[in-house]
Design a protein around this ligand. Structure first.
Ligand SMILES: [Zn+2]
Length: 438
């Protein structure tokens, strides 16, 4: 009996150089990659099935989508408005008052601006901390663009100079209702509880966050030990060190992600390694706020789990993973020598390690992993050398031609499909005017 062949809806990228970012960081030359639905379904040659679209990728490189495990989309609008200040002044005189003045429209504009920049630089998944209000606007913008988002409202129940804090009940109630509404609403959206940092949170709040997050299978995302004044403040409030305090309240383990961790005691370093609590390293932000140099090579040696992020735009001021890769490697070398933190280790932080934080089957080009991909045009910054080094030291977002998330193209030809950059700029201008006039 004759029957029509079953038509599939796959896409095959042919003849590319694949930088797999797998365990051995293999590079495959002139290889095809097939995706179907939201997954990678083949790597090799002649993979096309009837009905597949064929995309010639000859001369291009394909990498897994980059993963940033610490961002603040809500702050993108405030870039170049909070420069040259140390952390606590930066928060008290600029960031908290700005966040307090956000409207739903300005929050949406800020997220849209940030997501556009992330996708244009090949970032496909982020762990993001919102502000206290209007968190749904971040989810709304992410779902329009198609980026993978883990996000939660910043929870703060100690008095705050900018009036940004809430009481315990309001904070927990609104966090839980956001989690109820957004967590896994689509395969791309996830709620992650986000107590801001120890000086903003009572013990009761941190304990309640732990209970609610674990009950719902959500990640917990906070800041720790970023700055020496903050470490002193935490000691004054709690009588102990940041990471120890969090651990005593049950906030440690693979579902707990701590941004920065620059100023740790040896006991805290061992605790992170033993509990596999995630450390989110933000080199650009650490330089700009003069927060310090995280001891990344020493921590890796101890077995601490480390991934990368740009942090918020006002302390970076870019959201460019290539800049973070480069800075992460460079910042260790004056202290420890040129062999410290080689490119391969840094590249893993922005791919495999980031995926592990999110408990996501991504961060590598391999069959069964998510179809989150970046198509790079190496002609923009031509190199005849090691492509893994090129990603860390040489390339930048100019090389990004397309960004795919879950099998869909979310960035091409300088635009996020469905969003015009003129409209984004208009929304940002209006949003910033609203914030400044409020
Ligand atoms: Zn941060």
């Amino acid at each position: 009996v004759d029957s029509d062949p079953v038509l599939t809806l796959g896409t095959v990228f042919t003849g590319a150089r694949l930088i797999t970012c797998n365990q051995q960081l293999e590079v495959l030359e002139e290889t095809d990659l097939r995706i179907e639905g939201d997954q990678i379904t083949g790597i090799g040659r002649e993979l096309a099935k009837p009905g597949d679209s064929i995309v010639s990728a000859r001369g291009l490189w394909i990498t897994p989508g980059f993963i940033q495990t610490h961002t603040h989309l809500v702050q993108t609008l405030f870039r170049d408005l909070a420069d040259d200040l140390p952390l606590l002044d930066w928060l008290r005189t600029r960031i908290w008052p700005f966040e307090a003045a956000h409207t739903p429209q300005s929050t949406y504009a800020s997220a849209r601006l940030g997501i556009t920049e992330l996708l244009s630089g090949g970032t496909t998944a982020i762990l993001d901390m919102a502000s206290v209000h209007h968190t749904s606007e971040i989810f709304k913008a992410a779902s329009e663009a198609g980026i993978r988002l883990w996000c939660g409202k910043a929870q703060m129940d100690r008095p705050n100079e900018a009036g940004l804090s809430e009481d315990f009940e309001s904070s927990m109630q609104s966090a839980c209702s956001l989690a109820e509404h957004w967590h896994q609403k689509t395969p791309l959206l996830h709620y992650a509880f986000a107590p801001r940092f120890v000086p903003s949170c009572t013990d009761a709040l941190l304990i309640a966050v732990r209970e609610e997050a674990r009950k719902r299978g959500c990640l917990i995302h906070t800041h720790s030990s970023e700055n020496l004044d903050e470490v002193e403040l935490v000691r004054a409030i709690t009588g102990t060190d940041n990471v120890i305090h969090l651990d005593r309240l049950g906030l440690s383990g693979p579902d707990v992600a701590l941004a920065h961790c620059i100023h740790l005691t040896p006991e805290e370093e061992d605790l992170l390694a033993r509990t596999q609590t995630r450390l989110l390293h933000c080199p650009g932000s650490n330089f700009k706020l003069a927060s310090g140099l995280a001891r990344i090579p020493e921590l890796l040696k101890k077995g601490v789990h480390i991934s990368l992020g740009a942090d918020g735009a006002p302390c970076n001021n870019r959201l460019d993973i290539f800049a973070e890769l480069r800075l992460a490697a460079l910042m260790q070398k004056p202290r420890l020598g040129a062999t410290a933190l080689p490119a391969a280790d840094v590249l893993k932080m922005a791919t495999q390690k980031g995926a592990e934080v999110l408990q996501l089957a991504a961060g590598q080009l391999a069959v069964g992993k998510k179809a989150d991909l970046v198509l790079l045009d190496p002609k923009k910054l031509w190199t005849g050398g090691d492509p893994r080094s090129a990603l860390v030291y040489t390339m930048d977002p100019r090389c990004v031609r397309e960004t795919w998330v879950a099998g869909c193209c979310c960035y091409r030809d300088g635009e996020v499909p469905g969003w015009s950059s003129e409209e984004t700029a208009r929304l940002c201008k209006e949003g910033l005017d609203e914030v400044r006039n409020s």
